[in-house]
Ligand binder design. Structure first.
Ligand code: SF4
Length: 191
């Protein structure tokens, strides 16, 4: 994806009320994340391969702040998105709901780190399809779930007791009391 396309997505996000940054590399995203965390003493995050792959998580872990994993009472909460439209709508799917809960209300600030591979050219339905077919199946595999998508790599909208797709949240705008920043990274990160 060209830098130009990411800048267009960032402009769409700004129109919706998000703070934004575009990072050419994970290293830039890491520096931006550390700057975001600087004035807060407790940091939380949602389970995210993007945060691991980009090195953001390791950087935050080693910056001397208190880490409150998956907690809504952290001052600043980091996560990624399962999918995002080019015009700035974010889609996230959870099983427990703690990740999306913390991204809606609780922390003083929320920061998304989003690789270019999460951005879809269609609308919300395509973003949901991406979340179900590209994000959830590998997450089921990683978590050792006995769901059909582990074998087929495609969502069957299953009735499995192991299903992780239970709460789908569509963000049209940042929630009223939760200032939110999106750091778009010009790399493929997570799934
Ligand atoms: S609904 Fe079931 S089959 Fe579909 S992605 Fe989620 S866990 Fe997998």
């Amino acid at each position: 994806m060209s830098r130009e396309r990411l800048e267009r997505v960032a402009a769409a996000l700004r129109r919706r009320g998000y703070d934004t940054a575009v990072a050419a590399t994970s290293a830039e995203a890491k520096a931006e994340s550390l700057a975001e965390a600087e004035s807060f003493s407790t940091i939380g995050w949602g389970g995210s391969e993007t945060l691991k792959e980009s090195g953001v998580r390791a950087a935050l872990e080693s910056c001397g702040k208190e880490i409150l994993d998956h907690r809504t009472d952290s001052e600043i909460f980091f996560l990624s998105a399962n999918a995002m439209t080019e015009d700035g709508i974010i889609v996230n799917i959870d099983g427990t709901g703690n990740r999306v809960a913390a991204s809606i209300y609780g922390p003083k600030r929320v920061v998304y780190v989003v690789g270019r591979n999460k951005i879809v050219s269609g609308g919300v339905m395509e973003a949901m399809r991406r979340a179900r077919n590209f994000a959830s199946p590998p997450n089921c595999r990683r978590l050792g779930r006995a769901t059909p998508c582990v074998e087929t790599k495609l969502c069957a909208d299953c009735d499995s007791p192991d299903r992780i797709c239970k709460v789908t949240v569509v963000f049209d705008r940042p929630p009223t009391r939760t200032p939110t920043k999106v750091i778009l990274v010009d790399e493929d990160l997570g799934y």
